[in-house]
Design a protein around this ligand. Structure first.
Ligand code: IPM
Ligand code: MG
Length: 356
C-alpha cells in the first residue's frame, strides 16, 4: 500500500490540508495517510522545522501532501530558525527541482479577478519554476563584516544541467498543450540569465514542434496583466518564478485557487515522488476562522494522484468535482460576489465531495 505523508503545517495549512485529505480519502480509500508535524508547530514543540520523524515518514512515502509553513512571529530570524526552513530542506534534499503551477480561471469566477473578465475568461497557463537552484540555494548565503561594514550576501548560481532538466519539463508539457514555451530571464543584466537562455535555446532544438519565446522578467510581469492569455507554458528560474507565480495566481481571483506540484528525479513518470502544496502560504490573518479557500489544497491532491500515483482518472474526478461545485455557485469568502453568501472551508469541501 502506498503511503502519503500529510504535513499540514501552520496558519490555514491544517484547515485546507484536512479538506484536501477528506477528498483524497473519499477518492482513494486504499492509500495510507500519515500526518506529521512541520514548520512552526514543530518549532514550538522544541523540534527542528523538519523533525527527523517527519523526514523518515517522507522517506518512505510515495508523496507529500503539504499545507503551509510560516508565521509572522518568526520574521527577522535566520532562515535556519524559521518554519520555512522545512520547505527549503525538503526541496533541497529530495531535489524537487520541477515546480509546476497551473493557473486556470474557473468558469463563473471571471468576475473575481482584478482584471477585466474578458482578459481572463478561459485563462489556462502553467508556470514551470526551477525550484532547487538560483539565489535561493546558491552559496555563500550569509551576512558578514567586510571592510568594517555589515554585508549581506546571496548568490545566484546556475549550471547547464540544472537549466536543461527544467527546460525539458517545460517543452514536454508544451507539447501536450498549445505548443508554446515562454522562457523568462534577465539576460540584459545577469550572467545566470545568459547561461539560462543559451541552454534553453539548445534544448529547444530537440522540440521543433514547440515554439520558444524569450521575455525579460520585467516585461513578463507586465505582459501577465496586459494579455495573460498569450502565455501557454511560462518557464523560469527560482526567484522570478516565485514572484511571477503569485502574480499569475491572482489573475484567477484568489491565490487560494492555485495548486502546485514539486517533482524530483526519484521515481518514473506518473510515479514520481513529489510534494504537493497550495501556493497561497499560511495566511495567518485568516487562520483558525474556518473560512480559508481549500481549492488550491484540493487541486494539489489531484496533482498528487496524477504525478505520484499514476492515477489520471482520480485526478480528473477531483478536478471536475471542484469545477462543478464552483459552477454551481459554491464560493468561499475570498471569491464570493458582493451580496452572495460565502461558504466555510468545511461547507465548500462538502459541496466538492457531493460531486466526487
Ligand atoms: C512559494 C513560497 C516559498 C518560496 C516560501 C514559503 C519559502 O513563497 O512556494 O512560492 O519562496 O518558494
Ligand atoms: Mg511564493
Amino acid at each position: 500500500m502506498s503511503t502519503i505523508a500529510v504535513l499540514a503545517g501552520d496558519g490555514i495549512g491544517p484547515e485546507v490540508t484536512h479538506a484536501a485529505l477528506g477528498v483524497l480519502q473519499t477518492v482513494r480509500p486504499d492509500l495510507e495517510y500519515i500526518e506529521a508535524s512541520v514548520g512552526a508547530s514543530a518549532l514550538k514543540a522544541g523540534l527542528p522545522a523538519l523533525p527527523d520523524e517527519t523526514r523518515a515518514l517522507c522517506d518512505r512515502s510515495a508523496a507529500i501532501l503539504f499545507g503551509a509553513v510560516g508565521l509572522p512571529e518568526y520574521e527577522g530570524r535566520s532562515l535556519q530558525e524559521r518554519p520555512e526552513y522545512a520547505l527549503f530542506i525538503l526541496r533541497r534534499d529530495y531535489e524537487l527541482y520541477a515546480n509546476i503551477r497551473p493557473v486556470q480561471v474557473f468558469a463563473g469566477l471571471e468576475d473575481a479577478s482584478s482584471l477585466k473578465p474578458e482578459l481572463v475568461r478561459g485563462l489556462d497557463l502553467v508556470v514551470i519554476r526551477e525550484l532547487t537552484g538560483g539565489i535561493y540555494f546558491g552559496l555563500p548565503k550569509e551576512t558578514r563584516v567586510i571592510d568594517g561594514v555589515e554585508t549581506a550576501i546571496d548568490t545566484m548560481i546556475y549550471r547547464p544541467p540544472e537549466v536543461e532538466r527544467i527546460a525539458r519539463v517545460a517543452f514536454e508539457l508544451a507539447r501536450k498543450r498549445r505548443g508554446l514555451v515562454t522562457s523568462v530571464d534577465k539576460q540584459n543584466i545577469l550572467e545566470t540569465s545568459r547561461l539560462w537562455r543559451r541552454v534553453v535555446d539548445t534544448v529547444a532544438k530537440e522540440y521543433p514542434d514547440v515554439r520558444l519565446e524569450h521575455l525579460l522578467v520585467d516585461n513578463a510581469a507586465m505582459q501577465l496583466v496586459k494579455a495573460p492569455k498569450a502565455f501557454d507554458v511560462l518557464l523560469t528560474e527560482n526567484m522570478f518564478g516565485d514572484i511571477l507565480s503569485d502574480e499569475a495566481a491572482i489573475l484567477t481571483g484568489s491565490i487560494g485557487n492555485l495548486p502546485s506540484a514539486s517533482l524530483g528525479a526519484r521515481g518514473t513518470p506518473g510515479k514520481r515522488f513529489g510534494l504537493y502544496e497550495p501556493i497561497s502560504g499560511s495566511a495567518p490573518d485568516i487562520a483558525g476562522k474556518g473560512i480559508a479557500n481549500p481549492v488550491a489544497a484540493i487541486l494539489s491532491a489531484a496533482m498528487l494522484l496524477r504525478h505520484s500515483l499514476d492515477d489520471e482518472p482520480g485526478a480528473r474526478k477531483i478536478e471536475a468535482a471542484v469545477s462543478t461545485a464552483i459552477v454551481n455557485g459554491a464560493r468561499t469568502a475570498d471569491i464570493v460576489r458582493v451580496g452572495e453568501k460565502s461558504l466555510s472551508t468545511l461547507e465548500f469541501t462538502e459541496r466538492v465531495l457531493t460531486f466526487c
